[in-house]
Ligand binder design. Structure first.
Ligand SMILES: [Zn+2]
Ligand SMILES: [Zn+2]
Length: 243
């Protein structure tokens, strides 16, 4: 992370106090933010009970959600670090709509910790962040999934592969329903020419998983290019009960 000098930071703290992006309390001098320590410690856990495959919230404890029952997927397993509400939603809002890349880095550290705790997410060869459409990446100045993946790479030691490219689906497709979203994203991701993913066990990294369509489309492209196994890790799990 880019660190300012101590005095620069001290002066900025006095003239321009920073507030937690969730509870709005002023951050103490020296706090990295953008969440205060209490909000950072209070990220809501991922849905429980959740679907064994995709992690979607279930109303009652059973193995699979309605969407996963009786179907096979290219993305074998999806896990999220937390549920998309409270301080987790504030963090997402900060990197998606307020242009705060530090929020994505904080989300990445939370995802890294969560993935390290899950035995079912071990044994990967490399990380592949979900790409943004180039136009969106230019507008925002960064790809939040890539910033998140960088933190996971730093703490896990796994290499990052710039394996995917987004051809379509630059719009805010999270506004669409599941069927429209699938149509919008179908074929939107391709493996970058020259990227060799053959035989690799990959973890695709995204910021928010709502319908899991994005992760599945990325996984389809990677499997078609020869990846041996694809799982998905997202910072936050959104979506209503699907049971
Ligand atoms: Zn706070
Ligand atoms: Zn499911």
């Amino acid at each position: 992370m880019l660190r300012m000098g101590f005095w620069t930071e001290a002066v900025l703290h006095v003239v321009l106090p920073r507030a937690c992006v969730h509870c709005r309390q002023d951050l103490a001098f020296g706090d990295d933010g953008p969440l205060c320590p209490a909000c950072a410690a209070g990220l809501p856990p991922a849905p429980d009970p959740g679907c064994v495959r995709c992690g979607a919230a279930l109303g009652v404890r059973r193995d699979f959600c309605g969407a996963c029952t009786g179907r096979l997927f290219s993305c074998r397993l999806i896990r999220a670090a937390c549920a998309h509400r409270g301080p987790a939603a504030a963090l997402v809002h900060a990197f998606k709509f307020r242009g705060l890349p530090d929020a994505a880095r904080a989300a990445g550290r939370a995802l890294a910790e969560d993935l390290a705790r899950r035995p079912e997410m071990g044994g990967a060869d490399a990380l592949a962040p979900v790409p943004l459409h180039p136009r969106r990446a230019r507008e925002r100045g960064y790809n939040q999934a890539e910033l998140i993946a960088r933190e996971v790479a730093a703490s896990s030691g796994l290499p990052m592969l710039d394996a995917l490219e987004r051809r379509r689906g630059g719009g805010p497709s999270w506004r669409l329903g599941r069927a429209d979203r699938r149509a919008e994203l179908s074929g939107a991701f391709v493996v970058r020419p020259g990227a060799d993913v053959r035989g690799l066990r990959l973890l695709v990294i995204d910021d928010v998983c709502a319908t899991a369509t994005t992760l599945e489309e990325c996984a389809k492209a990677l499997r078609a290019a020869g990846a041996a196994d694809v799982r998905g890790g997202a910072f936050a799990r959104a979506g209503r009960f699907i049971s």
